[in-house]
Design a protein around this ligand. Structure first.
Ligand code: 8YV
Length: 320
């Protein structure tokens, strides 16, 4: 009899993915969908051959010390800054992510935020629902034009490029970007600028697509916000900690920038009250990859990685 690897899934996943996991592995699902606390996460690492975490599972170095059974973490998501990969490598733990399958959904959500900011869609909807719409008038809720404006992309990976294509081919925008690597062979006209500050100073819409944590922690701080045009908007579908939220509140309160569209927050699900009370921000609850199709594709991608690993092949999406 072949003994199936033991797999622990920390949250509820789409049914078809859970069914496939259950068929392929000795799988323990989390029926409650409540995030595991530190003790439960540690227990999972001690009990299973594979643990499948999400962005709500912080896996720190101390959690991996002192002997664990897990050999692989199949992360449900492309971003993995909630996992200490250096510590994982030290204990021989492989970590995989889900690149590619969530590119379009996340780029679409960045465009949603960009357009909602530009066209004051959140403000308008709140006004209408509150019964405060008094009727059409020529100067009512006029926003910013998008066509002909410049989008500045920080981090020109898969998602950054997908946003660039949408902005350029879909909305007639110019594209500038910063990336710490030199990016060649783009399929969209876009100008790489030498620094983040150059992009901030040039763009009418700044969209963040770099990883969180590490060197990008509070990349957008008071000084960086001061580089932006007063008429510009900041869009963040990357990670909350890339932006110093207190600096952002200051920039909005002093009209240093025109507005912001945020899908991610440093202490999510907590959102600073001074942000939530503002009309010039659009706030979404981390919906970047949240389409049914994408969430299924993400789960299936995790399974592909597990199958490769447990059959002795190298998983296609190993990040360490
Ligand atoms: C996920 C994400 O919703 O992939 C990412 O990095 O932020 C989102 O797609 C989240 O990470 C789920 O773990």
């Amino acid at each position: 009899r072949i003994v199936k690897p033991k797999v622990i899934v920390t949250r509820r996943w789409p049914t078809e993915v859970e069914d496939r996991l259950t068929a392929e592995f000795d799988t323990r699902l989390n029926e409650t969908d409540q995030p595991y606390d530190r003790r439960e996460l540690r227990a999972a690492l001690e009990e299973a051959d594979a643990v499948l975490p999400t962005v709500t599972d912080k896996i720190s170095a101390d959690m991996l010390e002192g002997g664990i059974r897990a050999k692989i973490l199949g992360n449900f998501g492309v971003g993995f800054n909630h996992i200490d990969t250096a510590a994982a490598t030290k204990v021989g733990l492989v970590v995989t992510n889900t690149p590619g399958v969530l590119t379009d959904a996340t780029a679409d959500l960045a465009m949603t935020l960009l357009l909602m900011c530009a066209r004051r869609a959140g403000e308008g909807e709140r006004e209408l629902r509150a019964g405060k719409w008094t009727g059409w008038r020529p100067t009512h809720l006029c926003g910013s034009h998008v066509t002909g404006k410049t989008v500045g992309i920080i981090g020109m990976g898969r998602i950054g490029q997908a946003v660039a294509r949408r902005c350029h081919f879909g909305f007639g925008m110019d594209v500038v970007f910063f990336d710490s690597h030199s990016i060649a062979g783009l399929d969209v006209p876009a100008r790489q600028l030498p620094s983040v500050d150059d992009v901030l100073a040039t763009a009418d819409f700044v969209s963040l697509h770099c990883p969180g944590g590490g060197e990008n922690y509070h990349l957008i701080d008071d000084d960086r916000l001061a580089c932006m045009k007063w008429s510009a908007f900041l869009i963040n579908t990357a990670r909350g900690d890339v932006v110093d939220e207190h600096a952002l509140v200051r920039a909005l309160e002093t009209r240093r920038i025109a507005g912001a569209g945020l899908d991610v927050f440093e202490g999510e699900p907590r959102v600073p009250g001074r942000l939530a009370e503002r009309q010039d921000v659009v706030l979404l609850p981390h919906l970047g990859s949240a389409t049914k199709e994408t969430r299924v594709a993400m789960g299936m991608r995790v399974i592909e990685n597990l199958k490769a690993f447990f059959s002795g092949r190298s998983p296609p999406d190993a990040v360490c």
